[in-house]
Design a protein around this ligand. Structure first.
Ligand code: UTP
Length: 292
């Protein structure tokens, strides 16, 4: 079985749900306490054993590239001020993994963004971490998917049950249970943004998939789907119908960083465990809660 060593992070979306801020600051660079959202995705990939990461960006998102780079001048200033710990942390971030960047050029949808990574991926299976979805878990979710792939040798998608009224914003999978205890299903069809009569189940893909390179030819042949965009789900549906994919109801709490509420919730979550803010923030929240 081929080892999974590559990950793609599509982060070229327009971020209209995070306007006005996303007009000037990429939503992936908005802070969760003191780290940008995209950091958590790279960290998850690295902790899962991924070595090479390609972030798909656009012309307004250079700040992401700067974040994973080292500024010599800034480093010199920190060193002169004796801020050696802080400097060491920046060096650690710059050396976390091989992080590459590629511009999508045209914002034509998630499927189109992933399709740009064909050359980077080559003949290997690879994972995709959707740029909006931060998941806090015991075992990194990408690792959870890789474990299923290593056992079954087929593409794996990360899923969660979604309230019925939200399904039309996500996708819906046709599944049969493989192992209910570990939340593993076999999926032989799926649909993006289903209308009420088109739903298969309440399981929806939320933010993580592990795919085989044959998906690139399928993406190349796609016509615009839901919302007029090239939809990754449409290519994965073809994979599912052809030979099936696995669907894992992963362990972890997912935050939609493309939405204002998800962004606030992720900050509360991390603020409570951050060594510099945890105690004071907890005390503040307790007082605040009394007034709600
Ligand atoms: P979304 O549709 O949730 O993100 O795409 P968006 O388009 O930025 O958000 P809104 O709806 O306008 O607020 C899911 C993921 O796919 C990436 C996004 O960056 C996000 O991480 N994406 C989407 C691309 O990389 N390219 C695209 O053309 C579209």
């Amino acid at each position: 079985m081929q080892k999974v060593t590559k990950a793609i992070i599509p982060a070229a979306g327009l971020g209209t749900r995070m306007l006005p801020i996303s007009h000037a600051v990429p939503k992936e660079m908005l802070p969760i306490v003191d780290l940008p959202a995209v950091y958590y995705l790279v960290e998850e990939a690295v902790k899962s054993g991924i070595e090479d990461i390609l972030i798909i960006t656009n012309r307004d998102k250079d700040a992401m590239e700067d974040f994973f780079d080292l500024s010599v001048e800034y480093g010199d200033v920190l060193a002169a001020k004796g801020k050696t710990e802080e400097l060491e942390r920046l060096r650690e971030i710059a050396n976390m993994a091989n992080v590459y960047f590629l511009r999508q050029r045209e914002t034509r949808g998630l499927g189109h963004a992933v399709g740009r990574a064909k050359e980077f991926v080559g003949e290997n299976p690879f994972t995709v971490l959707y740029g909006d979805d931060i998941i806090f878990s015991q075992t990194p979710v990408t690792r959870q998917l890789m474990d299923v792939y290593e056992q079954y040798g087929k593409p794996v998608v990360g899923v969660k049950p979604v309230p019925k009224e939200d399904l039309r914003r996500y996708c819906s999978l046709k599944v049969a249970p493989v192992d209910e205890k570990s939340g593993l299903y076999f999926c032989d069809d799926m649909i993006e943004k289903p209308k009420p009569s088109e739903e298969f189940s309440n399981l929806s893909i939320l933010g993580r998939v592990l795919l085989s390179p044959e998906v690139f030819d399928l993406i190349d042949g796609l016509k615009p789907g839901a919302g007029g965009e090239i939809q990754l789900t449409d290519a994965m549906a073809m994979l599912a119908r052809k030979s099936g994919v696995y669907a894992l109801d992963f362990e972890g709490r997912r935050f939609d960083l493309g939405s204002k509420l998800g962004f606030l919730m992720a900050n509360v979550e991390r603020g409570l465990v951050h060594p510099e803010t945890g105690d004071a923030f907890r005390a503040y929240l307790k007082e605040m809660a009394k007034t709600l």
